[in-house]
Design a binder for this molecule. Structure first.
Ligand SMILES: Cc1cc2nc3c(=O)[nH]c(=O)nc-3n(C[C@H](O)[C@H](O)[C@H](O)COP(=O)(O)OP(=O)(O)OC[C@H]3O[C@@H](n4cnc5c(N)ncnc54)[C@H](O)[C@@H]3O)c2cc1C
Ligand SMILES: NC(=O)C1=CN([C@@H]2O[C@H](COP(=O)(O)OP(=O)(O)OC[C@H]3O[C@@H](n4cnc5c(N)ncnc54)[C@H](OP(=O)(O)O)[C@@H]3O)[C@@H](O)[C@H]2O)C=CC1
Ligand code: HEM
Length: 408
């Protein structure tokens, strides 16, 4: 346990580390992969090259340190990270490795300012934080293991079906190679895939939201081919081009805490941006099956009908449900979309448009999509007066980028 003096040292040096934050974590990852190249198999190298992971780690370690006296405050943030850690296969034995390399880096960056007393205090603080992660993740591994037919790490699934949903999105129907029954999962959760590409030295682990509802004999994921920017997305292009029916792929047990709360019956508003619609599909299918009388507004913002996935699937759900309202917003509607008038609004989702189209503000809101879309929707909901507990979103960048709902 940390002594009072160590707590004061942590609190007084946390601002310095915040200042050097990403410089420390950038150097940390270089040192970590130099000393432990095997960890290149689990870290997303695109996130590394774009600096996203360095920022995320720096923010979380320093946030934990600044809350060192009331760590229970950061449990919700730690839980979200622990879900991802568990789905990737982070183990207790990894924590001392990260700790050693992180402290070495702090010493290197702070140089003569890194006295033995400061380093020992940060070592103690890291161990306290690491123990919280290790305990949480142990429970999550046990829970995943104990679910019917569960497994705690990765297990082989085969591609049972591939369905082209749009010009850029293809769905993969995955079934367990051992034919064990699938564990249930919460709508909105994701799985991690461990993707081995022949010419690549390391595996690529990626997360994909489950786009079907629990209780079926398969998992369905729907993957957008990332090819708008250079370099093309390594995993999504491999899945689209080279993963075919019958091929095997290691899959983690479902994880994630961005999940539909089925215990309350307030009206529901699901807002998906682009392929961010995937968790919304799982939520839509689940709620229309289990609570057919719950009013649901399903909003999909996409470029146009050539890019949009699940248009027909959602319209089919609409046919069988009197309490579902479906709205489509295209930002780059094609001429065919215009002539068929097959969408509700052109442009971006806005505060005034949401105000006009959300029938009941006392709703639960769930949204997911690209960052600019997320920022816009969050702003609009806050402006509409939605309270923090009504707003649920999956965002996987440094949280500071998104306006936070003010506490009431
Ligand atoms: C919880 C969660 C759920 C998700 N669910 C889905 C889903 O349902 N469907 C879906 O399609 N995606 C989903 N994603 C995203 C998915 O995990 C992948 O990130 C996505 O498929 C891209 O992976 P990739 O390997 O194809 O691209 P990567 O190779 O990882 O590249 C990603 C982007 O980074 C850029 N990039 C790569 N390397 C560099 C570099 N050296 N310098 C600069 N830029 C670079 C690429 O141009 C590309 O635009 C989800 C992500 C999370 C965290
Ligand atoms: N559980 C999770 O965390 C999941 C995360 N994802 C992530 O969701 C993202 C989906 O991206 P993608 O499919 O490429 O989405 P797109 O880039 O296609 O964007 C979707 C729509 O949102 C519009 N948009 C862009 N900016 C704004 C804005 N400021 N306000 C409102 N709308 C806006 C786009 O318009 P425009 O034509 O101008 O681009 C487009 O019409 C990916 O980053 C993916 O990784 C996906 C699935 C699950
Ligand atoms: C106290 C210690 C740790 C903290 C505070 C921490 C924090 C984080 C954070 C904030 C993220 C981003 C989560 C997200 O994107 O939603 C993350 C992801 C990750 N962490 Fe940790 N982590 C710790 C220890 C570890 C250890 C010991 C390992 C194992 C080597 C590890 C491996 C990973 C991996 C592989 C990812 C996903 C990276 C990516 O997809 O780009 N972490 N961690």
């Amino acid at each position: 346990m940390l002594k009072e003096q160590q707590i004061q040292i942590i609190k007084s040096t946390a601002p310095v580390l915040r200042e050097y934050g990403t410089q420390i974590t950038t150097r940390f990852y270089n040192l970590l992969f130099e000393n432990h190249p095997e960890l290149l198999n689990i870290f997303n190298q695109a996130n590394q090259k774009q600096g996203k992971q360095q920022q995320a780690l720096a923010n979380s370690i320093i946030a934990a340190a600044e809350n060192i006296e009331q760590l229970e405050e950061i449990i919700p943030v730690v839980e979200k990270i622990a879900h991802k850690h568990r789905s990737i296969g982070v183990k207790p034995e990894h924590y001392p490795i990260v700790g050693e390399n992180l402290l070495q880096t702090i010493a290197d960056v702070l140089k003569e300012n890194a006295t033995e007393e400061i380093l020992n205090s940060w070592k103690e603080a890291y161990n306290v934080i690491a123990d919280i992660f290790i305990d949480l993740e142990a429970n999550m591994y046990e829970q995943a293991e104990n679910q019917n037919g569960g497994w705690s790490n990765f297990k082989d699934f085969y591609i049972a079906k591939k369905v082209k949903e749009s010009d850029v999105i293809t769905s993969f129907y995955l079934k367990p190679a051992d034919e064990e029954p699938l564990p249930s999962f919460n709508p909105g959760q994701y799985i991690s895939l461990k993707i081995s590409i022949p010419e690549e030295t390391y595996t690529h682990v990626r997360q994909y939201s489950l786009s079907n509802s629990p209780g079926e004999a398969h998992f369905r994921i729907s993957v957008k081919r990332e090819s708008d920017d250079e370099p093309n997305g390594i995993a999504s292009n491999y899945l689209h081009d080279s993963l075919n029916i019958g091929d095997l792929i290691p899959v983690s047990a479902p994880a994630g805490d961005f999940t539909l709360d089925l215990t309350n019956h307030r009206p529901l508003v699901l807002i998906g941006g682009g392929v961010g619609v995937t968790p919304m599909m799982s939520m839509l299918h689940t709620v229309t099956k289990e609570h057919p009388n719950r009013p649901v507004t399903f909003i999909h913002a996409a470029k146009n009908s050539k890019i949009q996935a699940f248009k027909a699937e959602v319209e089919n759900t609409l046919l069988n449900n009197n309490h579902l309202n479906v709205l489509t917003v295209y930002s780059e509607a094609t001429e065919q979309d215009q002539s068929e008038n097959n969408f509700t609004e052109e442009g971006y989702i806005s505060y005034s448009w949401l105000k006009q189209n959300i029938r009941n503000l006392n709703s639960d809101f769930y949204f997911c999509g690209p960052k600019p879309f997320m920022q816009n929707v969050m702003h609009a909901l806050l402006e509409l007066g939605a309270s923090p507990e009504q707003i649920n979103y999956e965002f996987f960048g440094p949280k500071e980028d998104l306006p936070q709902p003010t506490t009431v």
